[in-house]
Write a protein that binds this ligand. Structure first.
Ligand SMILES: Cc1cc2nc3c(=O)[nH]c(=O)nc-3n(C[C@H](O)[C@H](O)[C@H](O)COP(=O)(O)OP(=O)(O)OC[C@H]3O[C@@H](n4cnc5c(N)ncnc54)[C@H](O)[C@@H]3O)c2cc1C
Length: 384
């Protein structure tokens, strides 16, 4: 039986493991940490990802724990609500014409449970330090000194991928000039701002933001200068939140963190018998919620290719295709979202807001727009 090693038990590694196991392949998952990561991070599932999770038999649990978001909205910091797009227009395109808001840390335990039922255990405290690949298989080195041999390795070991580094695969791209701050608040924003959806993109040349509902919290994403200490940025957070809405007292903030954001794509997604997936292969800004979703799409594409009659050809094609999607779709869309949210030219911003209003008013235009924003277009066959 083909043996596949998966490095990393994040959402991408565990999706790959479950899909591989369901295809009847033997899977070993190596995870550096002592348990699944508890950080909240990604919190949006797009329609095609929900379809994939349905194929894996886990979507009912995701829907039960998550928040269904049938619309998302655009706002302008000064002008307020601009447009709401309703995903119902995608009913002919997907069985899931909505986004689901659920933190990735709630998906991974569901995947672990399904893997356990299939007899696949995660080997925790097993940091992969390197990998080598030859014509007959892969050798994976673990920090405890052990080595694991398999036919293929799916490297889903995150943005700092030890596997990608060991293979000396370049990871080129840009780092944004500002950092991003994400604050989780127990405040109920719905009563404070008109026309809020569960996902709201707020345009402003300086203080653009994203307001996201998760089952437990509202999350506010704000740009933050690169050259200012974290403590100073956290100290002025309440003042910034009170510019969104001032309740006459400090906002209740449960958690806030500041992180650097990159747009990078690995030079190749397949090196010998190693397949790079998820953040190990590509990272992008979180505007549009594309990162985890596209990583899950990698995982499914690789699992299908590894289960194919000729995995060598199928994985080469899948890796090429996924890299093209990362460059031409994920990077392009996420960076365009950033440029539009933060646009400083008043005329360009006004023209874009008008376009959004016109899009929302016309179901055909809404559908065309959402096919791309909701990632359905990224999975459709491409012309060579
Ligand atoms: C604040 C924030 C908000 C985000 N919001 C969104 C969003 O709304 N929507 C979206 O789609 N994406 C979002 N993203 C991106 C998203 O979190 C990532 O794209 C996603 O986590 C990628 O999943 P992954 O499984 O590839 O990597 P990770 O989630 O990073 O998982 C990698 C796993 O590998 C393990 N690991 C690391 N090194 C090794 C090693 N050497 N050996 C073995 N195991 C190892 C780690 O412990 C971890 O468990 C956000 C990211 C951040 C930081």
């Amino acid at each position: 039986m083909t043996r596949v090693i998966v490095a990393g038990a994040g959402p991408v590694g565990l999706t790959a493991a479950l899909a591989l196991s369901r295809h009847g392949l033997d899977v070993t998952v190596l995870e550096a940490g002592p348990d699944l990561a508890a950080e909240s991070r990604a919190s949006t599932f797009h329609p095609p990802t929900l379809e994939m999770l349905a194929e894996l038999g886990v979507v009912d649990e995701v829907l039960a724990r998550g928040l269904t978001a049938p619309t998302f909205a655009y706002r302008d910091r000064a002008a307020g609500h601009i447009a709401t797009l309703n995903l119902a227009v995608l009913a002919q395109d997907t069985a899931y014409p909505y986004r689901v808001q659920l933190e990735q840390s709630k998906l991974t335990p569901i995947l672990r449970e399904h893997l356990a039922r299939r007899g696949v255990q995660i080997r925790f405290d097993s940091r992969v330090t390197g990998a080598s690949s030859d014509e007959t298989g892969v050798g994976v080195h673990v920090a405890d000194g052990s080595a694991v041999r398999g036919d293929w390795l799916v490297a889903a070991d995150g943005a700092h991928s030890a596997v990608r580094r060991a293979l000396q695969t370049p990871f080129e791209g840009i780092t944004y000039p500002e950092r991003f701050l994400v604050a989780s608040t127990s405040e109920e924003l719905t009563g404070w701002l008109d026309g809020l959806a569960a996902v709201n993109y707020v345009f402003d040349p300086v203080d653009w933001s994203v307001l996201l509902r998760t089952p437990d919290h509202w999350r506010v994403l704000l740009p933050t200068p690169d050259d200012s200490p974290d403590e100073a940025e956290l100290a002025r957070l309440d003042g910034r939140l009170r510019q969104i809405h001032d309740p006459g007292r400090p906002w209740q903030v449960a958690h806030a963190s500041i992180y650097r954001v990159h747009q990078r794509v690995a030079a190749s997604f397949r090196v010998g018998r190693v397949l790079l997936a998820g953040d190990a292969a590509h990272v992008n800004n979180p505007l549009g919620g594309l990162g985890m979703n596209s990583g899950i799409h990698d995982a499914i594409a690789y699992a299908d290719a590894l289960a194919a009659g000729d995995p060598d050809t199928a994985t080469a094609q899948a890796a090429d295709r996924r890299r093209r999607v990362a460059l031409e779709f994920t990077q392009a869309v996420s960076h365009r979202n950033y440029e539009r949210l933060s646009a400083t030219d008043p005329a360009a911003r006004a023209a874009h807001l008008d376009q959004l209003r016109a899009t929302a008013a016309d179901p055909a235009r809404t559908r065309a727009y959402l096919l791309r924003a909701c990632m359905i277009e990224s999975l459709r066959p491409v012309t060579p």
